[in-house]
Design a protein around this ligand. Structure first.
Ligand SMILES: O=C[C@H](O)COP(=O)(O)O
Length: 234
């Protein structure tokens, strides 16, 4: 399974280095694929043996006049070859359109990156019923090559991110089963995954892993989630 931490806008360079060192220790004892996405200011050539470090964002360019952005040149300096694309915070807070997200996807696919591609519905779409919700999520697949061999998809209901709320286990399994019809790529669940619910979520059919935000900030908790995945696979 894939156990991924999105550190978002948290931890300094120093604390990120310590975090990755600690997570790498537990990841080396595990059979899981472990990803950590640090804040961009903390990207570096880490000596992690098992943890795959990815970037939370980048502009689809080698370099150029894109103030505030980083491009391929800056990622290559640290050997970064994994990227998060389409995260709901980039869609709903930073205003990335599906068209731009698809352009970014195509660019980093062209560069051979492993892409963790995020989809998920806002609360009002969830409340409008399953048909409206799936229609919304389907639109997030527009322009995306769902057969890309280095694609990982993360289903993250927007209303579950950072709220402590999650769909029921039945709902997660149901939606993941539907989304698996769209792509056979590994499908992660994200949205208020904690040490207290990670094992149940990871045990669900068509859940191939988790993408964890706030609870992953505690390396010990994130390591526990990695251990849960090993226990499930025994
Ligand atoms: O990328 C991670 C997701 O946004 C989930 O964040 P969260 O675990 O804080 O709800």
């Amino acid at each position: 399974m894939i156990i991924a931490a999105n550190l978002k806008t948290n931890l300094t360079r120093h604390d990120t280095a310590s975090y990755i060192e600690e997570v790498d220790k537990c990841a080396k004892q595990s059979n899981q694929e472990v990803f950590v996405f640090p804040a961009i200011s903390s990207l570096d050539s880490f000596s992690a043996e098992k943890v795959e470090v990815g970037t939370q964002n980048a502009y689809p360019t080698v370099n150029g006049a894109f103030t505030g952005e980083i491009g391929l040149e800056q990622l290559e300096e640290f050997g970064i070859k994994t990227i998060l694309i389409g995260h709901s915070e980039r869609r709903h807070i930073l205003g990335e359109t599906q068209e731009f997200i698809a352009k970014k996807f195509a660019y980093f696919k062209e560069q051979g990156f492993t892409i963790v591609y995020c989809v998920g519905e806002p609360k009002e779409k969830r409340e409008a019923g399953k048909e409206a919700m799936m229609e919304y999520i389907s639109a997030q697949y527009e322009g995306i090559d769902t057969s890309y061999e280095k694609l990982i998809i993360a289903y993250e209901p927007v209303w579950a991110i950072g709220t402590g709320l999650t769909p029921t286990l039945e709902d997660i399994e149901d939606i993941h089963t539907e989304l698996k019809q769209k792509s056979s790529a590994p499908l992660l669940y994200g949205g208020s995954v904690k040490v207290t619910n990670a094992k149940e979520v990871l045990s669900l059919k068509n859940v191939d892993g988790i993408l964890v935000g706030s609870a992953a900030l505690y390396a010990e908790h994130f390591c526990t989630m990695i251990q849960y995945a090993d226990e499930i696979e025994k």
